[in-house]
Write a protein that binds this ligand. Sequence first.
Ligand code: UD1
Ligand code: CA
Length: 937
Amino acid sequence: MDTRVTVVILAAGLGTRMKSRRAKVLHQAGGKTLIEHTVDTALTLASPERVFVVVGHQADEVRIAVSSRGVRFIHQTEQKGTGHALIAGRESLEGLGGLLVVYYGDCPQIPAALLQSLVEHQSRSDAAATLVAAELDDPTGYGRVIRDKSGRVLAVVEQKAGTPEQLAIKEGNVGIYCFRAGLFWKHVGEIQPNNPAREYYLTDMVEILARAGREVDAYRAANPSLLLGINNRVELAATDRRFRERKVLALMLGGVTIEKPETVSVDDAVEIGIDTVIEPFAQILGNTKIGEGCRIGACSIIRDSELAEGVQVGAFTIIGTSRVAAGVTVGPYARLRLENDVAAGAQIGNFVELKKTQMGAGSKAMHLAYLGDSVIGEDVNVGAGTITCNFDGRAKHQTKIGKGAFVGSNSTLVAPVEIGARCAGAGQGSAGGQRRLGAQAEGKNAGESLSATHFRMAATPPPNNAGCMLPMGMLFALFGIVFAFTALTGGKGYESPDQKMMGTFVALAVVAIGAGLIAAGRAAVKAASKNQAIAAQAPGKPWLWREDWAQGFAKPDWKSEANVRGLLGLLFLLVSSPSIGAFRHPPKEQPFVLLIVLLFPLSGLFLVGQSLLIRLREAKFRSVRVTFSSLPGVLGGHFDGRVESAFLLPAGDPVNLVLSCVRSYVSTSGSHPTRWENVLWQTKQTVAPYVGGSGSYLPVDFTIPFEARPTDGSNPNDEIFWRLSAAAALPGLDFRATFRVPVFKTEASDPAITAETIDAAETARVAGSEPADAKIVAAPSAEGGAQFHFGAARNKGVAAAVTVFGMVFLGSGLFFGIAASHSFTWFLGAIPLAISGLVGLGLLAFAIWLWFGSTTIDAVNRSLRIRSRCLGFSKTRSVNAAEIEKFELYPGMQSGDHVWYDLRVHLHNGAKITAANSMEKSEAEWFVGELKKDLGI
Ligand code: UD1
Ligand code: CA
């Protein structure tokens, strides 16, 4: 007998009791549509070309739902009953012979094993058909199995057509049949729609076959609840739950830990490796594959995705159609929306959304970011708040981020944009719009060059070309070229060969100055960018911006000092080249001008000499550096470490250490940009070197007041930096080294440590003992109390320096003024004369005050009387002790690292009186101590 099985699944009806616009078999239970379930069961019994689905309602959707399985379809255009459904497929079915298994598409739980036994039963039996019957508690709605007294099956009577006696029968027709195909097709035509519903009932075949003398068997199912069709959503939910229970049970038995399995939803097709832990309320849906040893966080939803081994998914994370490689961590609260590819070891943190994004191995996006349509290389750090603007309103664009790049917080990447490998950016910037941002690491990715400063707006301002050196340089160069052209072509004033030669010479000097400025500007921009890149890599620790600091030490500034001096010297020499002309044709009326002219080449030579000396020192003392005990030096705390030198400093020779907080800025108010340095706070120590195995060491231990300003250094035109200088007078060659040191405000900063508390400690130390070199004379006042006298020329060094400066300014004003008025007009000559002359006169006036001025301060009866005198003029001020808020030592005159202090008296009404100036620190501290004592403050 032919026992090849053909399965026909009836799925053409709508299923009115579902109250749905969707055909019943398209509803889902356990993550699959009902039709998928029933087809999959059929495929355990027959090959796909022998599995038929009768479609009618929403035929196309039903076809699509199972088309991937390769089964065949019968289209029943009008639903005229279950019998009619088969008749509709007669053409395709009749020739297949063998056994014809028929069941309904709404019975997703039919066990394959039951169908198998049914087929086996029919194959062994002589009967024309076997149907599955079950004893039902409430058979309402089901066809009843009618038997004779001997138990022989006679018919199946539908609910609507049954007599009360028939409807009392508890044995119902489950709706699963196995017919001998030959007999079925022979008699199928006998089905008539003579019933209240006017339908062709498949169940009528039982009576037809029985009447034809054929036997029909009823196969009793043990567990009918699994076999019954779904008619409404309550039954659908019950079925869904049973599928999921079955799934998690199978997973747990297969080695997956599931916490509170009753809360977890896992779809049928999901595969999960052993030792993976599923936390409560997780949903793992669709065609998802999860590797071994993963953890799926509570309330996460994973759909149609592949997770390799050891993937950690935090709570409340949503992953759709994405691939996640081994060891990746995602979430909590992350969303891999669709088509993402996250490579091994990457980390996706909270509130990060990825869409169509490739995340390179080891890359991180830890907080609050949207990365859409992006290709991100390996080991990239995406800062918090980074957004790819992938949509311009019309189309989507790609963002590419190179290997090792560091994208700063709050970056807005306007696609299309490409960020080069190892490129770094600090926050609040935006980059993009057809832009490519440069490779950072020493230009390794040459092809990707473009100033990364565009990307680094904001948090730290970009260097504005280091004092306009670039535009200035270009102006100089351009002017020089035009000048040279005029001279060479014998323009007006350059007719004679001598004039031509001189003119060209001067012009070339100007071009050279321009080139020098351009080079310096470029170098400054590059250096600043590099600093910022390093700073961006350690946002919370800005002192790591310098490579040497990051390693816990500071290199001396020798090299840059030597370079600056050398370059400046050469520039002076170059500029002074026209002075050759001045000597060849000395001006007859003003021969003194020659002396001023000589200043330039001489200063040039002096600077070049200094540069060479520094180089010599560097060679002599070898690998000098300051190593920090802790990084950074802390405002309101300590700065300590030691200065090391491979050179053996003679033990016992004291070394002066000076720690200064310096404001360094470029002022362009004058004729050209000038860099100024202002010491805002300073302290000094004298230490004795000790000699270790491989060199000398100088202990460094300073206390820094809280209110001093921290290192910033983001803007080379105006920065605060801290400088430690060490100097010792060694016979033959002085030891001198300066270091930039990191000083920051951190959690360790102590607001209680202020300049005042430090000063007070110092003052207490020196109080009573008048410093040996004090220039203030203390005496009892005639009115009782104390009198302090600041004599005339009490600081001859400062007075001399100011005098020289004043004269130099006046002289150069005269020189330029005369030179300009000779070659151009008197008016042009007056400009430099006025500017330099005024500055010079001011300086000279101050010098006169220093040489000839004197101050007498009386502290009598808790009041302060300040009398200043100079060349017969005098001025007096009186202040009550009660009015005084505090004394402040203010760094005034400065020369290199030497600072002279002014004493400012702060009054409660906000006024400030400068009581004395140009004092040495120790002198000033002693003086303040004395005043406080005498005033009883
Ligand atoms: C049917 C049986 C009944 C049995 C019950 C079990 C008949 C006449 N009765 O009744 O004895 O106890 O199932 O659940 O068979 N269909 C078509 N084309 C049609 C009509 C129906 O494909 O023209 C499909 C439906 O989509 C459905 C299945 O056949 O999946 C069953 O049809 P339905 O109308 O639900 O029959 P029941 O009244 O449940
Ligand atoms: Ca039904």
